[in-house]
Design a protein around this ligand. Structure first.
Ligand SMILES: [Ca+2]
Length: 174
């Protein structure tokens, strides 16, 4: 069995903490992959705002350098939303440390993959489907609006108030 140490930093912002159940899979070269590990410390409230949680994982597969991680959470708990700042994985046999900067909200019931140092450019991202799904989600929050023909488009929040404001302004102009 290979021991890994996993450090998880939850963001220090409102609503960042979660009581959801979290599982983690480690991936390496040559298709090496660990079994999903449930991350939970006995009698401890994991993943609270601003907290650094440390977990020990044992797996048959020895990934000397962890190159990618897959993380997933469920909807358990009243406040299950989770803002994840970073994950650091150390293979305690090889001593190699891998850092995964995340800095985003983790949605429930989807497999999210992150590469070491997350340095992929969009066009070379091996997980382009995940990136596209995130973009689609963003488009449901923001939309472009052309205030009047020929004028530059504006990005506005899909909030009724913003629309009313723009419509009123257009009425005043005409
Ligand atoms: Ca918690």
């Amino acid at each position: 069995m290979t021991p890994y140490e996993v450090k998880i930093k939850t963001g220090d912002k409102k609503g960042a903490g979660t009581d959801a159940n979290v599982t983690l899979v480690l991936l390496g070269n040559d298709g090496k992959v660990t079994k999903p590990a449930a991350l939970a410390n006995w009698l401890w409230n994991d993943f609270e705002r601003g907290q650094l949680d440390v977990f020990g994982i044992q797996d048959d597969t020895d990934i000397s350098e962890v190159l990618e991680i897959k993380i997933r959470r469920d909807k358990a708990g009243i406040f299950s939303d989770w803002f994840l700042e970073y994950i650091e994985v150390t293979n305690q046999r090889s001593g190699i440390i891998s850092v995964f900067p995340i800095l985003r909200w983790i949605h429930s019931d989807v497999d999210l993959y992150f590469g070491k140092y997350d340095t992929f450019l969009p066009q070379s991202d091996p997980r382009s489907e995940q990136r596209n799904a995130e973009l689609r989600k963003k488009r449901t929050v923001y939309e472009y609006e052309e205030p009047a023909p020929g004028l530059p488009v504006q990005v506005i929040l899909k909030a009724t108030l913003a629309k009313i404001f723009i419509k009123k302004r257009l009425c005043l102009k005409t």
